[in-house]
Design a protein around this ligand. Structure first.
Ligand code: KIV
Length: 287
């Protein structure tokens, strides 16, 4: 008898915050990886616009489009039974008008995501979160270092590095919470600041480079398995758990060698004609 799977929802996130159980989140961009993460017990899978770098080879997330996010969200959702799938809304897909934001978010939800993520906490964005949640679309916030603002920020800098800036971050996080966000990602924030923010919010914080006191943690899958593009800068906050690049290169070298040495495909990897058909063919050849 197959075991019934209880999907993780935004209510589960809230319960985990209250009970103190840490929330685990990883990014994924394809169906098979997403299914492995799901089977591993990861609570939430983020279809991050980091796919611009990890999959599409861009230098930032800025070039990622809603169409890209739809394709990858469908792929990931098809592999997931339990984890909460969150899809990033890409650059400028939620800055033009409420109508466009709702339509774009709706496309990601129709692609299988159970929530969308937006960066920032301007008045405009808070209003959008309100509208989205009124439509039944769950929204995750993202504060601290916000990659879609890279050109305005001017580099990969830790955010909230003073008491005053920590209080500003908390203020933004509270406004996200008041307007309906169910969690907030804190990226590249000092541990003490993230702790203070986490303790003063009712919704869970999910840290990336924000220390151990956040209610959950998220990392980019390619970073933790060592499958980043060549020359890609791996941030200080990443712990690498595997070396998939070496595994792929070792397999590819062995295959290349087998092909060149005519050792592949051998009999076990080959289809053959039935005996009598083979004889007929040989007869034709020898004619
Ligand atoms: O796009 C992404 O992968 C993200 C995480 C870094 C939080 O937003």
């Amino acid at each position: 008898m197959s075991e019934t799977i209880k999907p993780i929802t935004i209510k589960t996130f809230q319960k985990m915050k209250q009970s103190g159980e840490k929330i685990s989140m990883l990014t994924a961009y394809d169906c098979s990886t997403a299914s492995y993460l799901d089977e591993s017990g990861i609570d939430s899978i983020l279809v991050g616009d980091s796919l611009g770098m990890t999959v599409l080879g861009y230098d930032t997330t800025i070039k990622v489009t809603t169409e890209d996010m739809i394709t990858f969200t469908k792929a990931v959702s098809n592999g997931v039974k339990r984890a909460l799938v969150i899809a990033d809304m890409p650059f400028l897909s939620y800055h033009v008008s409420i109508e466009q934001t709702v339509q774009n978010a709706g496309k990601l939800i129709q692609s299988g995501a159970k929530a969308v993520k937006l960066e920032g906490a301007s008045d405009f964005i808070l209003n959008e979160i309100n509208h989205l949640t009124n439509c039944g679309i769950n929204v995750a916030g993202h504060l601290g270092f916000t990659p879609q603002y890279i050109n305005a920020i001017g580099g990969y800098f830790v955010q909230g590095k003073s008491c005053e800036n920590t209080l500003k971050l908390l203020e933004s996080a509270k406004r996200l919470e008041e307007n309906g966000a169910f969690c907030v990602i804190l990226e590249m924030v000092p541990e003490e600041s993230a702790k203070y923010i986490s303790e003063n919010l009712s919704i869970p914080t999910i840290g990336i480079g924000a220390g151990k006191y956040c209610d959950g943690q998220v990392l980019v899958i390619n970073d933790i398995i060592g499958k980043s593009p060549n020359d890609f800068h791996i941030p200080k906050f990443v712990k690498q758990y595997a070396d998939v690049k070496s595994i792929i290169k070792t397999a590819a070298c062995a295959y290349n060698n087998d092909v060149k040495q005519k050792m592949f495909p051998s009999a076990e990897y080959t289809f053959n004609l039935p005996e009598e058909e083979r004889e007929k063919l040989e007869h034709l050849i020898t004619k």
